[in-house]
Design a protein around this ligand. Structure first.
Ligand SMILES: [Zn+2]
Length: 82
């Protein structure tokens, strides 16, 4: 029915719809090709081996995510930039 029907729940603005989390149905860890954890870059591992708070970067080549504390753009596993 019309959107104005459920006013009040979202704080009154009504412009933004709550979109269901895309992984809720398929399950992020159960997909056929889950993102691999490629670990920290060498530089970041020196800074903090725990990796806590590091920023994740997607590597399309490895189909995984590597982590860095710095503004690095090179995958530590394959060297792919991006
Ligand atoms: Zn890579």
């Amino acid at each position: 029915m019309p959107e104005r029907g459920d006013g009040g729940k979202d704080g009154g603005k009504g412009g933004e719809k709550v979109v269901p989390f895309p992984f809720s149905r398929s399950g992020l860890s159960k997909t056929k090709n889950p993102a691999r954890n490629l670990g920290l870059t060498a530089l970041s591992a020196k800074a903090d081996r725990s990796g806590r708070g590091a920023k994740g970067h997607w590597c399309a080549n490895c189909k995984g995510i590597w982590y860095s504390y710095f503004l690095e753009c090179e995958c530590p596993v394959c060297g792919h930039r991006g």
